[in-house]
Design a protein around this ligand. Structure first.
Ligand SMILES: Nc1ncnc2c1ncn2[C@@H]1O[C@H](COP(=O)(O)OP(=O)(O)O)[C@@H](O)[C@H]1O
Ligand SMILES: [Mg+2]
Length: 263
């Protein structure tokens, strides 16, 4: 059961403005955001804490709406959440009393018959490498494995758009690198349009075809850097190092030596 026929949707973000009202004060979080993400592309958005990354993802997901401007998926305006847009958050948000199997099946529409459900769950368990752990509860799994459950639960609805909000932030460095590779592998297979929000520059470069740099107060897009690296990507190549320098410099906006930077 391959999903090679899936192509992602185009994401169009035009003149998006988002402010929040806090008491009587108004906080301008996103100011005139314009971005076009090609169908089937994978892009990273980096920016410091509070610059509006999660807000932007929530708007794309239809979990909130902009004050001005519009977001469209394949020319259809986003007005509410849809199963076509999968979101993965930093916390895995699993049901602690349910098994891997049940947690993954959780998001499937009621109308599917049992056989179809079972077939789908088995497929996604295999895709994320959790065979043998079908009956385990979340508390019996490592953080990385819990994240795999969350990934499978998100992918089982065949989203054409996948939004990742600092999904690996709480994991140790090795698990994190491992899951970055897994998600890229799955993206290469399924080509859903993928937007990764992160504050990890290496993660942004390793996973994205473009690195979109945001700056804060109000959140604007400062620059877009194309990632052109030989595949499979190596984290220790000269090309990777050059890109890392370029992103750091763009991010901080000056020419200090790299060891002076601290985020
Ligand atoms: N629902 C909300 N109500 C009020 N302020 C919010 C809300 N959501 C986010 N904010 C504020 O908007 C800013 C951007 O938040 P967020 O998008 O979470 O940033 P990031 O994900 O880049 O760290 C922050 O100052 C945050 O406090
Ligand atoms: Mg955030």
């Amino acid at each position: 059961m391959g999903n090679n026929d899936i192509s992602g949707k185009r994401i169009n973000i035009s003149h998006v403005r988002k402010e929040f009202q806090i008491e009587k004060e108004s906080l301008l979080v996103l100011k005139d955001i314009n971005l076009e993400i090609e169908p089937g592309d994978i892009v990273s958005i980096i920016g410091g804490s509070g610059c509006g990354k999660s807000t932007l993802l929530r708007l794309i997901a239809g979990l909130d709406s902009p004050n001005e401007g519009e977001i469209a998926l394949d020319n259809t305006k986003v007005t509410k959440p849809s199963l076509d847009v999968g979101v993965l958050f930093q916390e895995s948000r699993l049901l602690p009393w349910e098994s891997t199997w049940k947690n993954i099946a959780f998001g499937l529409p009621e109308k599917f018959d049992k056989e179809k459900k079972n077939e789908l769950v088995a497929h996604y368990i295999k895709l994320v490498g959790l065979e043998g752990f079908e009956r385990a509860l979340p508390g019996q799994l490592s953080g990385g494995m819990q994240k795999r459950v969350a990934i499978a639960r998100t992918l089982i609805n065949n989203p054409h758009v996948l939004l990742l909000d600092e999904p690996f932030g709480a994991l140790d460095a090795f698990t994190r690198m491992n899951l970055q590779e897994e998600v890229v592998r799955i993206w290469k297979e399924q080509r859903m349009t993928t937007v990764l929000v992160t504050h990890d520059i290496d993660e942004a470069i390793f996973m994205g075809n473009k690195v979109i740099i945001m700056s804060a107060k109000p959140g604007i897009i400062k620059d877009v850097i194309k990632v052109e690296l030989p595949e499979p990507r190596s984290r220790v190549s000269v090309e990777f190092e050059e890109l890392r320098m370029k992103v750091y410099k763009e991010f901080f906006g000056d020419d200090r030596p790299m060891e002076d930077y601290a985020i």
